[in-house]
Design a protein around this ligand. Structure first.
Ligand code: NAD
Length: 455
């Protein structure tokens, strides 16, 4: 079987695929522009945190089937199949930035010889297979030819290896059926159903899937706010809903909203694609608006408790956008901290994976090693990420460290009974104990829209 090259092998998707394919007996060369990441990978240390990754990385290196390089000519020329796994961050208008992908495609074009199958695994706007085909044919060597297949990725950080080895489905979009079948052959030891389709539908499946999951989260967050006003418990409501097979229990966790490197950017990118094509985006716009409001709702709970912000201190437990990752991209915690700091509050934060001030938005606050040091002398403690160690806190010790009494559980992950047994007050999102918060006036924008509609 021919060698596989993974472009972007220092990132979450690229590295997970590099180690997974090597583990399934493929010869894999990981390519990345970042020399520091490549040096670390060749020494058997993953530059990102993902459970299980370090072990599989070392196993791959030891087997001789996996190696890493910054040299595109070495990596691409040796490969029959090249996966593009580079980032597609949003530009200022929310559209996916294709710069990294197109530059990777140009580099592949310059170094490939014979026939090469290029696989778009990065999340790319509808029509991108065609853009990559054009880039390859414009810059390709006369002896080179290419097929391009869209194979979008659905892994979640924190469970990336499980998701890659046991996906719900594998999507392959290509006009060239032979090429799609060759990529399917790489997955011969996988048991997931394969959806063969055209490139545009494959690209759309990825965006529509993420937008749907984001919609579920915003839906339950809106329900949570209604629960707070009506005295229902969103946890029980979500459980009662989720037992219905047609609805399903997952992605019905009310809290501070979705973050990370995928949902926010992919919903914005889908909305941008829709606008560019003249389609409506009412639901997608609402999903994003509700998500932004979910973060502000946490801030409002804290401000309501503190009254005057002068001299007040708040501890934030958790900086990553979810547990079991070191990724802070679009993390709700970062936005909540920014709002609290802007209100004049002193914030101290902690996270098991974020120990330094390497994140620019955190430069004005203290990041300390553990929850008890973070809580020392604080008026309010806010759990922003449901790391296992925060669920198992010694709440007596936390209460002794704190100056105030309120714990805001922005992920509905703690046991209110345990928190309250330590003499603390608990408030979650959309839960009955939230009744200590007086009902909030609807945001001004909603009032404005209503009155315009009434006119
Ligand atoms: P990342 O930022 O973690 O990693 C990208 C890597 O690509 C970096 O190491 C970077 O140095 C490297 N790179 C950039 N340009 C390069 C080039 N020309 N040649 C070689 N290397 C290059 O990105 P990620 O989070 O792994 O995401 C990659 C893509 O997968 C994105 O489109 C993302 O939307 C999608 N995706 C991500 C996830 C996720 O959970 N992170 C899940 C599904 C899909």
């Amino acid at each position: 079987m021919s060698t596989v090259c993974i472009v972007g092998s220092g990132g979450y998707v690229g590295l997970t695929y590099a180690v997974a394919l090597a583990d399934r007996n493929h010869d894999v060369i990981g390519l990345d522009l970042d020399a520091v990441k490549i040096a670390s990978l060749n020494e058997g240390r993953a530059p990102i945190f993902e459970p299980g990754l370090d072990n599989l990385l070392r196993r791959g290196l030891d087997s001789g089937r996996l190696r890493f390089t910054t040299d595109a000519s070495d990596a691409v020329a040796a490969a029959g199949v090249v996966f593009i796994c580079v980032g597609t961050p949003p530009d200022s208008s929310g559209r996916a930035e294709l710069g990294f992908v197109l530059s990777a495609a140009r580099s592949i074009a310059q170094h490939a010889r014979g026939h090469t199958i290029v696989v778009n695994k990065s999340t790319l706007p509808v029509g991108s297979v065609q853009r990559v085909v054009e880039m390859l044919s414009e810059h390709g060597h006369p002896d080179a030819s290419f097929s391009v297949v869209s194979n979008p990725e659905f892994l979640r950080e924190g469970t990336a290896l499980d998701d890659v080895f046991y996906p719900d489905r594998i999507v392959l979009g290509a006009d060239d059926h032979w090429a799609a079948q060759q990529v399917a052959n790489l997955y011969a030891t996988w048991t997931a159903p394969i959806v063969f389709t055209d490139p545009r539908s494959a690209e759309m499946i990825k965006y529509a899937s993420n937008a749907f999951l984001a919609t579920k989260i915003s839906f339950i967050n809106e329900v949570a706010l209604i629960c707070e006003r009506l005295g229902a418990d969103v946890l029980t409501v979500a459980r009662g809903m989720g037992l219905d097979d047609r609805i399903g229990a997952r992605y019905l966790g009310a809290g501070a909203g979705f973050g990370g490197s995928c949902f926010p950017k992919d919903v914005r990118a889908l909305a941008a694609m829709a606008r560019d094509s003249g389609a409506d985006t009412e639901l997608l716009d609402a999903v994003l608006r509700i998500n932004a409001a979910a973060r502000l709702h946490v801030v409002r709970k804290v401000l309501h408790e503190l009254g005057d912000a002068q001299g007040k201190r708040v501890a934030i437990l958790g900086l990553t956008f979810k547990p079991d990752t070191d990724d802070t991209r679009e993390s709700p915690a970062i936005d909540v901290i920014a709002e609290l700091v802007a209100a004049g509050i002193t914030v101290r934060a902690t996270d098991p994976m974020v120990s330094s001030r390497s994140i620019p938005q955190l430069s004005s606050i203290d990041v300390v090693p553990d929850a008890y040091s973070a809580a020392m002398g604080c008026d309010v403690v806010v759990v922003m990420t449901e790391w296992a160690e925060y669920l198992a806190l010694d709440f007596d010790r936390l209460a002794n460290a704190m100056r105030g009494r309120l714990v805001v559980d922005a992920r509905n992950a703690l046991s209110p009974t345990l928190v309250e047994a330590a003499g603390l007050r608990y408030t979650g999102i959309g839960r009955p104990s939230s009744s200590l918060i007086t009902p909030l006036a609807p945001p001004a924008t909603v009032l404005g829209e209503t009155s315009v509609a009434a006119d």
